[in-house]
Design a protein around this ligand. Structure first.
Ligand SMILES: Cc1ncc(COP(=O)(O)O)c(C=O)c1O
Length: 371
């Protein structure tokens, strides 16, 4: 192979389009990547003459002919991060950047795209941490209003923040209505994943993921992602990330990349189980409401009140009573303790994992019998 065989790291929209028409190959395509140059070596995106991504923990790399090369200092970029970003960008159809957390990604977006005095229109029922962060940024001039994301955003919005589906109320945004608004549109698609929704294809400017969740999938890493089609916007986000040092480590990038290898399989099984559990929950006499968007691994259901929800939390045996979602182990918690009155007191969020379907249902059923 000669240096002429190498191609740029940028995602190729044609390949992405082909992936979209053959969904079963999306992960394979995203991970196989192209030949790119990293650190002077020809590397297939994500692979370095080995099975799996290269794990390079260097914080600095030697200059080439007296000049910084593609990688020079880890706060800017590093080979393992670039391999992971190549795969993530191919999945969402844009330019991906990796961060040390989902909230790091959101903070970078707000610092880059909102001017002091600007108003963020946030989807009602979206991840409560977004609201808490935006309120925390009030001294820097961030205002926030919440709105029903199933309709158009408020006219006075300077930045529109949607969530597909909202966690935990599981509404889906009207992406097309938001795209007609003059303000930039951000969509947190953590729960949908790029395998079920690619918001950039619906006029969204930036997709955000908490890769801590199903992208990595094993509850052993904290990570976040932005993806954008506009290279200029990608560069502005990258500048904020580099200057502020909101950078994921090589180990973080490696774990996210490894998670992507099994994403399709994990999601398919977790989703199949979740849809059965959602149906059975809807028929259960102790359950008053079931929210399930018709896809994904996440269900939110209501029991009578906070006390009933607490009894379910203590009664479950197989499912973990823990926070977070998207991992291979099922988890359940009453969300009122975190979110207060923005959600019903009896709301329980269930993230379905890889355990056997009937084992999970038996656990849910015996716990609901305590209500
Ligand atoms: C939908 C959603 N977005 C973003 C976040 C924040 O991600 P992280 O915990 O990786 O910072 C979370 C965390 O639970 C989430 O559920």
């Amino acid at each position: 192979m000669s240096r002429d065989d190498l191609v740029a790291v940028e995602p190729d929209p044609d390949n992405v389009t082909r992936c979209a028409s053959r969904p079963d190959s999306i992960i394979a395509r995203a991970l196989s990547g192209k030949l790119i140059e990293m650190n002077g070596m020809p590397v297939r995106a994500g692979y370095h003459r080995r099975v799996g991504a290269p794990l390079d923990r260097s914080a600095t790399w030697p200059y080439e002919d007296g000049e910084p090369g593609r990688f020079s200092y880890v706060r800017a970029d590093h080979p393992t991060g670039a391999a992971c970003e190549e795969a993530l960008g191919a999945l969402d159809g844009g330019h991906a950047l990796l961060y040390p957390s989902g909230m790091g990604a959101v903070t970078t977006v707000v610092l880059t795209m909102l001017r002091p005095g600007g108003t963020i229109a946030l989807a009602e029922g979206a991840y409560y941490g977004h609201r808490v962060l935006f309120d925390h940024l009030a001294p820097w001039g961030a205002n926030v209003v919440e709105f029903d994301q199933t309709g158009p955003p408020p006219a006075n919005a300077d930045l529109i923040f949607l969530e597909a589906p909202a966690n935990p109320l599981l509404t889906m945004p009207d992406l097309e209505a938001a795209a007609t608004h003059p303000a930039p549109v951000i969509c947190d698609a953590t729960v949908a994943t790029p395998l079920r929704l690619r918001p950039l294809e619906h006029g969204t400017d930036v997709v955000v993921h908490s890769a801590t969740k199903i992208l990595a999938g094993h509850d052993d890493v904290l990570a976040g992602v932005t993806v954008t089609r506009d290279p200029e916007l990608r560069d502005r986000l990258h500048l904020t990330r580099r200057l502020a040092g909101i950078v994921a480590s090589a180990d973080t990038a490696w774990l996210v990349h490894r998670g992507l290898e099994t994403l399709e399989t994990r999601l398919a099984r977790q989703e199949a189980t979740a849809s059965v559990l959602a149906e059975r929950l809807a028929a259960h006499p102790a359950v008053t409401t079931v929210r399930y968007p018709g896809f994904s691994f996440l269900i939110a259901f209501d029991v009578a009140d906070g006390e009933a929800a607490a009894r379910v939390e203590r009664a479950i045996r197989v499912i973990e009573n823990a926070t977070s979602l998207g991992g291979v182990r099922s988890k359940l918690e009453a969300r009122h303790r975190w979110e207060g009155d923005r959600i019903p007191t009896g709301l329980i969020r269930l993230s379905v994992g890889l355990e056997e379907q009937e084992t999970l249902w038996a656990d849910v059923e015996q716990a609901l019998a305590q209500v």
